[in-house]
Ligand binder design. Structure first.
Ligand SMILES: [Zn+2]
Length: 370
């Protein structure tokens, strides 16, 4: 009932989510920590909450619960799950009272009636902390397993807590849909096989990763997404007093042409930076993507050519990898340290990737409908 009022209120989608997370759920949490609580009651409340979230964000009905309940740092939306959270918290409080309370309370806790209650709550709670349960479920899901190697950095979810400056409510919803694979495509398991083919190129299954990362239809916008990240990084390093060369061409003796995105000179060290937006996938972890990128330049042929181009330089190779669903993966650590990238720049790059991902998908849809 309260959720219905919030849903009808003239609020932006991100504001509705905030009201749910910061006001409504804490109230329920408090109310449900009483001896009369049952698993069924909590499950029913969760169902109402999930329905609300799916309505506000226009989610597909097949969206797994883990996407809603897993913490933002693991790639979920971080909406509290009452069924797993309440008994766990309640049990821990009761248990602490039984062990650490004053003698009178300890005596009450030891009485058969209270002991029965505690044992019932303990059964409801289970043994594994809910945070872990939801993380594992998210990272085991078919569509969401790739987030395992991408999640972790707070910059990846800053936009979920506070809608970025310049984003509309619709931009926010589209970004959440991108993060949770709720942007519509036909290459989904519940479509019959022949209907899954890409409507743009007719070459591959029309998955979100194909539309964003591989389809020729969106190629031009992919380049612009990539260049925007390069520009942001270049502006930052230039402002920190380092000298930046933009896409220098380096010709090797065997004729190979190398075009690293940025070459940065700082205190006698030459940083070779290449940016890549990569799909968060189980087939290739973000660290593997980072290392593949490094090895494009960190090899004899390029080193020899680069030593002729910049004599006496000491080279460091710094790929910068971003997840296409808006993740700043941990494998960027070396690059972050060398370029002294602050948290707000990471968040800004993440937001660019999300905004471009949304635009790429819209452009694709316009093309295939035209
Ligand atoms: Zn295609």
């Amino acid at each position: 009932m309260m959720l219905e009022r919030v849903h009808r209120a003239p609020l932006k989608p991100d504001q509705k989510l905030s009201v749910l997370r910061q006001y409504l759920i804490p109230r329920l949490l408090y109310g449900f920590q009483n001896p009369g609580v049952t698993g069924g009651l909590l499950t029913a409340a969760d169902r109402v909450i999930k329905r609300f979230v799916k309505r506000v964000l226009h989610f597909n009905i097949h969206t797994p619960d883990a996407v809603i309940h897993a913490a933002a740092r693991y790639g979920g939306l971080g909406v509290y799950c009452l069924r797993s959270g309440v008994p766990f918290t309640f049990y821990r409080r009761l248990d602490r009272l039984g062990r650490e309370g004053d003698p009178v309370i300890r005596a009450v806790m030891a009485s058969p009636r209270v002991a029965r209650l505690v044992s019932r709550i303990r059964q409801l709670a289970g043994d594994v902390p809910p945070d872990q349960v939801w993380k594992e479920r998210l990272h085991a899901g078919q569509m969401t397993a790739g987030l395992r190697s991408a999640s972790g950095d707070p910059a990846s979810s800053a936009w979920l807590r506070a809608r970025p400056h310049g984003w509309s409510g619709r931009d926010f919803v589209r970004a959440v849909q991108l993060r949770t694979e709720n942007l519509p495509v036909v290459g989904v398991p519940y479509n019959p096989q022949p209907a899954r083919q890409c409507r743009g190129c007719r070459q591959r299954i029309e998955s979100l990763s194909h539309v964003l990362q591989g389809c020729p239809v969106t190629h031009g916008m992919r380049i612009r997404r990539h260049d925007e990240i390069c520009r942001k990084v270049a502006r930052h390093v230039a402002a920190s007093g380092m000298t930046v060369e933009w896409e220098p061409h380096v010709r090797a003796r065997d004729g190979a042409l190398y075009k690293p995105d940025l070459v940065i000179h700082t205190q006698g060290v030459i940083l070779v930076v290449d940016v890549q937006v990569s799909w968060e996938s189980v087939n290739r972890t973000m660290s593997e993507v980072w290392d593949l990128k490094r090895r494009v330049y960190d090899q004899a042929n390029f080193r020899e050519a680069a030593a002729r181009r910049w004599p006496g330089g000491c080279f460091r190779f710094c790929p910068l990898i971003l997840g296409a669903r808006g993740f700043w993966p941990r494998c960027n650590q070396v690059t972050e340290d060398l370029l002294r990238i602050p948290g707000h720049l990471k968040a800004s790059c993440v937001n660019s990737v999300l905004k471009w991902g949304s635009s790429l998908h819209s452009a694709f849809m316009r093309t295939v409908w035209a």
